[in-house]
Write a protein that binds this ligand. Structure first.
Ligand SMILES: [Zn+2]
Length: 388
């Protein structure tokens, strides 16, 4: 099968983040195995989802992990002009379909190059690492990265995460954490605002504290010019609370996200926020003993990626992709999770993030071909005695 035929097959599995991906993962497994490669599935606890990993080439230290996710984002509410789960060639040089760009295009390139990988006299191995539930918070990435380190006696050196980057090497990614804060106050007539504790008033105080925290970081020159914007951001995206203008609200909550540059530690920011919450509780419990503020995770934190411009993996990607302009991204991806396990990691894949997650998502055929060229170059690199 050529790369377009494989992509067409992959797009036909409508596996959304959060749903079972066994259909697509078993198809991939069945595709790989006839090349004499041992494929390992890494199921979740319920057994309805699985990541896949395998090694092509010699059992020696070093080599490259090619990482991709098999899930896609929903199409509901989007105005598609084609069937999102049928890869459609409109004759305009683009292939339309959900996941065509994010990021089944990259997986298709991996699979289309597999026959050549299997035939090649590789001196260092190639690993495939395909996950699930990436689109709902990179949930499977950490275990997959960890498993590759523990399952094989030998350890790969590099990881290339094939998110759409127009084949540019992406070396930085902000860490992302999404949280929910719940404030429990006391209800009452609005005239008694000083005798009760309004959950809304307190929620607003917390929100302003968070905004001030962000401004303080900027003022303290905690800036990393590789990123846009160059500072850590804290944003409140949803607030709910109260029932009427003349009733003091006993409940209020807000959802917020924290996107930190590598020099800022999100755990410290959250701990400072928690300590402010505890001080508010202490003060207000004299008025209402059950007053409480609780913050829970909406999504587990996704770590940042902070690959240095002169790291070997960057040199490698520059050579095989033909692109030497480095960039950073603000979306969540599994790259930081692979980096956390000690693999030198960077993002590089076909297609543009501008086309991801929207109606009529597409990948340019020319991008797919560039992805294939990268695979061929990688095979050549890894077949060389000098590769390190
Ligand atoms: Zn993606």
């Amino acid at each position: 099968m050529n790369v377009e035929e494989i992509l067409s097959k992959l797009v036909s599995f409508p596996v959304l983040g959060g749903e079972s991906n066994l259909s697509i993962i078993h198809w991939i497994k069945d595709y790989i195995e006839p090349y004499g490669i041992e494929v390992h599935l890494l199921p979740n606890e319920e057994g309805n989802k699985a990541s896949l990993h395998c090694r092509i080439g010699p059992d020696v230290d070093g080599g490259v992990i090619l990482s991709g996710h098999t899930d896609v984002v929903p199409v509901k509410g989007q105005e598609w002009t084609t069937d999102p789960f049928v890869l459609t060639d409109k004759g305009d040089g683009k292939l339309y379909g959900r996941g065509s760009c994010d990021m089944k295009g990259f997986i298709a390139c991996c699979l289309a190059a597999l026959p050549d990988m299997a035939k090649a006299d590789l001196k260092k191995p190639i690993y495939f690492a395909f996950s699930y539930d990436e689109e709902i918070g990179c949930l499977a990435g950490p275990e997959l990265a960890r498993t590759i380190k523990t399952h094989y006696k030998e350890t790969p050196k590099y990881a290339i995460i094939g998110e759409p980057s127009l084949m540019k090497p992406i070396v930085g990614q902000k860490a992302i954490y999404i949280l929910e804060t719940y404030v429990n106050g006391s209800a009452g007539h609005s005239s008694r605002i000083k005798q009760e504790v309004s959950a809304i008033h307190e929620a607003m105080r917390l929100i302003l504290w968070l905004e001030k925290k962000m401004d303080q970081l900027i003022e303290d020159q905690r800036l990393d010019d590789r990123f846009h914007p160059p500072h850590s951001s804290i944003h409140i995206g949803m607030v709910q609370g109260g029932i009427a203008p003349n009733v003091i609200a006993d409940k209020a909550y807000f959802y917020w996200d924290l996107r930190t540059i590598p020099m800022d530690d999100m755990a410290t920011i959250v701990a400072e926020f928690e300590s402010y919450c505890r001080s508010r509780e202490k003060e207000l419990r004299s008025i209402f003993p059950e007053f409480s503020i609780k913050t829970i995770e909406n999504h587990p934190p996704v770590p940042h990626l902070d690959t240095k411009a002169d790291d070997d993996v960057v040199e490698l990607i520059k050579r095989i992709s033909g692109n030497s302009t480095l960039d950073t991204v603000s979306y969540a991806a599994e790259a930081g999770q692979f980096a956390n396990e000690g693999f030198q990691s960077a993002i590089c894949g076909p297609g543009s993030i501008a086309q991801a997650h929207r109606a009529d998502e597409f990948i340019a055929k020319e991008q797919l071909q560039k992805g294939m060229v990268m695979m061929q170059n990688l095979i050549q690199e890894l077949s060389s005695e000098d590769f390190n």
